[in-house]
Design a protein around this ligand. Structure first.
Ligand SMILES: CCCCC/C=C/C(=O)SCCNC(=O)CCNC(=O)[C@H](O)C(C)(C)COP(=O)(O)OP(=O)(O)OC[C@H]1O[C@@H](n2cnc3c(N)ncnc32)[C@H](O)[C@@H]1OP(=O)(O)O
Ligand SMILES: NC(=O)C1=CN([C@@H]2O[C@H](COP(=O)(O)OP(=O)(O)OC[C@H]3O[C@@H](n4cnc5c(N)ncnc54)[C@H](OP(=O)(O)O)[C@@H]3O)[C@@H](O)[C@H]2O)C=CC1
Length: 282
C-alpha cells in the first residue's frame, strides 16, 4: 500500500456527508476514501475483494469516522441492490458517489476479441451506469448529491486500449447527459480523467515506471500520485465545486499538451525535442 498524502482540505469540509467510493480498497479509490474521512465524511468502501476494503474501512474508523466495507461487483445488479439496502440501513442517506472501480488490459485492437472488448465495457461503462442509477434511485433523486467518475484521458483515443477508450468516452457522454437531466434534483456529475498515476493497479502492466514516463510524455516528467487525483475528486464532490457540473477534468501532468503543435521545433529541432515520441517500437 502507498503512504497517504498529506491532508489538503479543511477537516469539516464533508461533515454530515456520506460517501461511497467504488474500488475503494486500493490506489486512488483508497486515497479518496481516507481523505474524505479526514474531511469529516462517513464512508462506504466498495470493491470485490474483502481484504483491501476492510483494511481501508479500518483506517477510516481509526480516524473517528463511521465506515463500512461492502464486497460488491459493480457488474452484478443483485449485489448492487444489496449494497444499497445495507447503506440505507447503516447510514439512511448517501450524498457522494465516486465511480472509481475499473480496469483494462493493454492490447492492439487487431488482437482483441469480442469477449475482451465486452469485458471492459461491462466493467468500466455498464458498471458505472449501474452504480449511478442505483444511487440515484435509492438516495439522490430524493435529496440530491454529487457523483464523480474516474475515467481516463481519451479525448484523442488511447492506442492499445480501444476497449477502455470506448468505455470512458461512453461514461463522459453519459455523465453530461445526466448532469443536464438531474440538475433539477440537485445532483451534480463530473469526470476526473487521470493521466499516469503511480498505483498498485500499474503492477498489472508489463512495463516499469521509467518506461511509462517515456511513453506518456507528460511535461512534468514524473507520474502523478494518488493525492493529485483524490484532491480533484474531493474538490468536485464537496461544496467547493458547488457550481461545477457536467465537466471533465484532466489531471495528467500536461500529458495531453503534446496534442498541440510545438512550433519551437522549426527553430531548433534538436534543442526542443526533449522526449522521444510515444511510438511503441515493434
Ligand atoms: C486507461 C489507460 C491509461 C494507462 C494506464 C492505466 C492504468 C490503470 O488503469 S491501472 C488501474 C486499473 N487496474 C487494472 O487495470 C487491473 C488490470 N486488469 C484486470 O484486472 C482485468 O484485465 C479486467 C478487470 C479488465 C478484466 O478482468 P475479468 O473480468 O476478471 O476478466 P477475465 O480476466 O476473465 O478476462 C475476460 C476476457 O477478457 C479478455 N482478456 C482479459 N485479459 C486479457 C489480456 N491481458 N489480453 C487480452 N485479452 C484479455 C479475454 O477475452 C478474456 O476471456 P478469456 O480469454 O476467455 O479468458
Ligand atoms: N493509475 C492510472 O494511471 C490510471 C488509472 N485509471 C483508472 O482509475 C481507476 C482507479 O485505478 P487505480 O487506483 O490506478 O487502480 P487499482 O487497480 O488500484 O483500482 C481499481 C479498483 O477497482 C476495483 N474494481 C475493479 N473492478 C471492479 C468491479 N467489477 N467491481 C468492484 N470493484 C472493482 C478493484 O478492486 P477489486 O479487484 O477488489 O474489485 C480495485 O480496488 C480505475 O478505473 C483505473 O482504470 C485511469 C487512468 C490512469
Amino acid at each position: 500500500m502507498q503512504p497517504l498524502p498529506n491532508m489538503r482540505f479543511a477537516p469539516d469540509l464533508l461533515t454530515s456527508q456520506v460517501a461511497l467510493v467504488t474500488g475503494g480498497g486500493t490506489g486512488m479509490g483508497r486515497a479518496t476514501a481516507i481523505e474524505m474521512a479526514r474531511c469529516g465524511a462517513d464512508v462506504v468502501v466498495l470493491g470485490r475483494r474483502a481484504e483491501p476494503i476492510e483494511d481501508c474501512a479500518k483506517i477510516i474508523r481509526e480516524l473517528g469516522r463511521k465506515a463500512v466495507a461492502i464486497s460488491t461487483d459493480i457488474r452484478l445488479p443483485d449485489q448492487i441492490d444489496s449494497a444499497m439496502l445495507r447503506i440505507k440501513d447503516e447510514f439512511g442517506r448517501l450524498d457522494i458517489l465516486v465511480n472509481n472501480a475499473g480496469g483494462q488490459f493493454v492490447t492492439p485492437a487487431r488482437e482483441l476479441n469480442n469477449k475482451g472488448f465486452e469485458t471492459v465495457i461491462r466493467n468500466n461503462l455498464i458498471g458505472s451506469w449501474q452504480m449511478t442509477k442505483a444511487v440515484a434511485d435509492h438516495f439522490m433523486l430524493e435529496h440530491g448529491g454529487s457523483i464523480v467518475f474516474v475515467t481516463a484521458c481519451v479525448r484523442s483515443g488511447l492506442s492499445g486500449f480501444v476497449h477502455t477508450a470506448a468505455a470512458r468516452g461512453g461514461v463522459l457522454a453519459m455523465m453530461k447527459t445526466l448532469a443536464f437531466e438531474w440538475a433539477e434534483f440537485g445532483i451534480r456529475l463530473n469526470c476526473v480523467a487521470p493521466g499516469t498515476i503511480k498505483t498498485e493497479g500499474m503492477d498489472h502492466y508489463p512495463i516499469d515506471p521509467e518506461q511509462w514516463l517515456k511513453l506518456n510524455r507528460n511535461v512534468m516528467g514524473h507520474m502523478g500520485d494518488v493525492g493529485d487525483i483524490s484532491a480533484a475528486i474531493i474538490f468536485l464532490s464537496s461544496s467547493l465545486g458547488k457550481f461545477v457540473t457536467g465537466e471533465e477534468w484532466y489531471i495528467d501532468g500536461g500529458e495531453t499538451l503534446h496534442l498541440a503543435h510545438d512550433a519551437r521545433q522549426m527553430i531548433d529541432a534538436v534543442k526542443f525535442s526533449r522526449r522521444e515520441p510515444a511510438v511503441l517500437k515493434k
